[in-house]
Design a protein around this ligand. Structure first.
Ligand code: FAD
Ligand code: NAI
Length: 466
């Protein structure tokens, strides 16, 4: 029987980063992964393919719409969807191979097959051929991730009624697409298909988009997407969906009550959240009982079972690749006898649309609910010289800081490339910076990042360029 210091079940961002860190620290580690490639949801059917399509479709729209023409570039682009999908698949394949390379580099074994905990310290792996291998593990790390949540009355067939995986590979540009759920997946993938020519309608249960996002930013974001041609039906619920070979009829009702209506579309994307994935994992063999929503409870990544840990989407917190990565490092460092730590207050979020949305820390609503006295500084991209010359002036940066100590408590941005810039405030917050620290830090000119500094100046009321 093969013996390991750590056996990790799941080869996504939580699992593969745990494995790499374990290898670096000299632990004998194996990853059990049942998918034919490593990288989990993120690399195979999540972050990476969606960003590949967002990048390509953004350029396509820039060329096909007014953006290139405004810059004095006249072209008539022709969409080659087959090539767009092929380049996405090529990039994904290269990335998943990259993880395989990192495993070899760090002496991590990839045990191919479905893993099941079979009592304390034991993981059984059923290979594709049905052969069972048993691994002995001093520590078992559960990193099995999540799967799309279902909705009664809406059966995903990935022909006409799609989940996110289906929506990453639609074989044609839909004339019409209805997205159920105005969350991150719905708005990113809805944007992809709208840019390529689809009429996109988003049906959302709540009376706002993107719950969890600062409300002022969410409002601006919805306005921007509406201007681009997306239609929103807020406060509405889908109660049924009938698919034929060529279309889907959806029954939609106002949440507040009232007449149901039928909306027809070529395709439907169901994106109402994700749920932890623990099917067939053998949790009962070590007495772990997931909570009502299926999450595995942990205390510093330790589950209730001795020697069993859980990280990533399968446990509480934001379902984000970089959150899983943080937990992976902290969990393995704890296993290795070091002091693992995750600062859950400084986990950034980015929506990779255009404009992008990025934030870290607390929203105004959260600060108000907590009764925390705060000051706010805001700077619009219309006043940022780089944004102006690039014709990308939509949006703003908002910095929230403690009213007494000036510590940065939250930063909320919508605008050009803000996802690339939020890291600056993550570092600032990690070092418990005051807004004045950012306001007095020299930023390069002309860059969009100057807006981040000007917003910080605004906290003390001395924004200079607006
Ligand atoms: P996963 O990535 O889900 O990996 C779990 C792995 O475990 C899977 O490969 C699965 O096959 C394997 N597994 C499960 N059970 C077993 C078993 N019993 N035996 C063997 N293997 C098993 N997050 C971001 O931060 N940024 C983004 O831009 C972003 N975009 C996204 C876009 C989409 C369309 C989707 C769906 C998600 C996106 N996410 C994004 C979320 C991100 O993908 C997840 O948060 C992340 O993948 C979670 O990592 P994980 O390692 O916990 O789980
Ligand atoms: P989400 O939680 O972001 O949004 C789901 C939306 O669906 C919410 O607005 C919710 O109110 C709504 N909803 C729930 N039930 C509904 C119903 N019955 N009818 C209509 N609307 C309903 O979930 P989403 O978009 O599926 O994404 C899942 C997770 O994947 C995200 O929470 C995020 O963690 C991750 N992700 C991250 C990305 C990024 O970081 N850029 C990109 C894509 C996904």
């Amino acid at each position: 029987m093969a013996q390991y210091d750590v056996v990790i079940i799941g080869g996504g961002p939580a699992g593969y980063n745990a494995a790499i860190r374990a290898g670096q620290l000299g632990l004998k580690a194996a990853v059990v992964e049942k998918r034919v490639t490593l990288g989990g949801t993120c690399l195979n059917v999540g972050c990476m393919p969606s960003k590949a399509l967002l990048h390509a479709s953004e350029l396509y729209e820039a060329a096909a719409g007014k953006e290139f023409a405004t810059l004095g570039i006249e072209v008539k682009p022709k969409l080659n969807l087959v090539q767009m999908m092929a380049q996405k698949a090529e990039s994904v394949a290269a990335l998943t191979k990259g993880v395989e390379f990192l495993f070899k580099k760090n002496k991590v074994d990839w045990v191919k097959g479905a893993g099941r905990i079979a009592g304390q310290g034991k993981v059984e792996v059923v290979g594709e051929d049905g052969a069972v291998t048993t691994l002995e593990a001093a520590n078992i790390v559960i990193a099995t991730g999540s799967e799309p949540s279902g909705l009664p009355g809406v059966t995903v067939d990935n022909q006409r009624i799609l989940d996110s995986t289906g929506a990453l590979s639609i074989p044609e540009v839909p004339k019409s697409l209805v997205v159920i759920g105005a969350g991150i997946i719905g708005l990113e993938l809805g944007s992809v298909w709208r840019r390529l020519g689809a009429q996109v309608t988003v049906v959302e249960f709540l009376d706002r988009i993107c719950p969890g996002m600062d409300a002022e930013v969410a409002k601006t974001f919805q306005r921007a997407l509406t201007k681009q041609g997306m239609t929103f039906k807020l406060g509405a619920k889908v109660t049924g969906a009938k698919a034929t070979k060529t279309k889907v009829d959806l029954t939609v009702e106002p949440v507040a009550g009232g007449e149901a209506e039928t909306i027809s579309a070529d395709y439907v994307l169901l994106a109402i959240g994700r749920r932890p994935y623990t099917e067939g994992l053998g949790l009962e063999s070590v007495g772990i009982v997931p909570d009502k929503r299926g999450f595995i409870d942990t205390d510093h990544w330790k589950t209730s079972a001795p020697g069993v840990w859980a990280i990533g989407d399968v446990t509480h917190g934001p379902m984000l690749a970089h959150k899983g990565e943080e937990e992976a490092v902290a969990c393995i460092e704890t296993i290795a006898g070091k002091a693992g730590h995750v600062n859950y207050g400084v986990i950034p979020s980015v929506v990779y649309t255009a404009p992008e949305v990025a934030w870290v820390g607390q929203t105004e609503e959260e600060l108000k609910a907590a009764g925390r006295a705060y000051k706010s500084g805001k700077f619009p991209f219309t006043a940022n010289s780089r944004a102006k010359i690039n014709h990308e002036t939509e949006g703003f940066v908002k910095v929230l800081a403690d009213a007494t100590t000036d510590e940065v408590l939250g930063v909320h941005m919508i605008g050009p490339q803000v996802g690339e810039m939020i890291g600056e405030y993550c570092v600032a917050m990690e070092f418990k910076a005051a807004s004045e620290d950012v306001a007095r830090t020299c930023h390069p000119h002309p860059t969009r990042s100057e807006a981040l500094r000007q917003a910080a100046m605004g906290v003390e009321g001395w924004t200079m360029q607006a």
